[in-house]
Design a protein around this ligand. Structure first.
Ligand SMILES: [Zn+2]
Length: 184
C-alpha cells in the first residue's frame, strides 16, 4: 500500500458520525456516515507552495481512491463535491457534476458511456464517482392528457448519499492534468 496523507496523516481526515434521515418510503434510516472532512490539512500537506508540503504523501490517484470509497455514505452531495473540488484544484484538473455523477470534466466524450461498450477509453477520462441518495422526494402531478394523477420521484441531494461506484484513476493524465491552481 503506497503511503498517502489519508493513511499516514496525523489523524483521519474523514469524520464519521451516526445520523438518521427520513427516506423515500417514509421510514427513518440511520447509519454511520462521513459528516466532515479536513480540507485544511489536505491542503497544507498537498499544496506545492505550502510550508508543510510532503510530496511522498501526495499520490493523488491513491488519495482519491482512499477518499471516495464504494459503499461509504456521506452526509450530502455538497460535502462530496467540496472535497472533490479541493482535490482537483490541488492536483490540477476540473470537476463536473451532473445529478448522480461527480467526475473529471474530461470524462467520456459526450457524457455517455458508449465508449465503455466499445472497449475504448482513448478519447476520455474514466474518473467518475456515482452517488445514490438515501431519499427521493415524491410529488403528485396531474398528467395533462389523461387528467390522472401520478407520483413523480426526484432525487433528494440534500439527503445522505452512498457512493455506488468509484473510478478514481485519470486517463491520459499528461493531457488534461495541468499545474495546480491555488485552492485558497
Ligand atoms: Zn481526468
Amino acid at each position: 500500500m503506497p503511503s498517502n496523507i489519508i493513511c499516514k496523516g496525523t489523524k483521519n481526515l474523514k469524520t464519521f458520525d451516526t445520523k438518521s434521515c427520513v427516506v423515500t418510503n417514509g421510514t427513518t434510516q440511520s447509519g454511520s456516515m462521513i459528516v466532515a472532512f479536513n480540507l485544511q490539512q489536505l491542503t497544507e500537506v498537498c499544496h506545492r507552495n505550502s510550508t508543510k508540503y510532503n510530496s511522498s504523501l501526495c499520490d493523488f490517484d491513491v488519495i482519491a481512491s482512499e477518499i471516495f470509497k464504494e459503499g461509504e455514505t456521506w452526509v450530502d452531495r455538497t460535502l462530496v463535491k467540496d472535497v472533490m473540488d479541493r482535490l482537483a484544484s490541488l492536483h490540477g484538473w476540473t470537476t463536473k457534476i451532473t445529478q448522480a455523477h461527480l467526475q473529471c470534466n474530461r470524462f467520456g466524450t459526450n457524457d455517455t458511456t458508449r465508449q465503455f461498450a466499445s472497449g475504448s477509453l482513448k478519447s476520455g477520462c474514466p474518473f467518475r464517482i456515482t452517488l445514490t441518495p438515501w431519499n427521493r422526494s415524491k410529488t403528485k402531478k396531474v398528467i395533462l392528457t389523461t387528467g390522472k394523477q401520478k407520483w413523480i420521484y426526484t432525487d433528494d441531494w440534500s439527503a445522505p448519499v452512498i457512493i455506488q461506484r468509484a473510478n478514481c484513476t485519470h486517463g491520459l493524465a499528461r493531457i488534461h492534468i495541468s499545474e495546480p491552481t491555488r485552492p485558497y
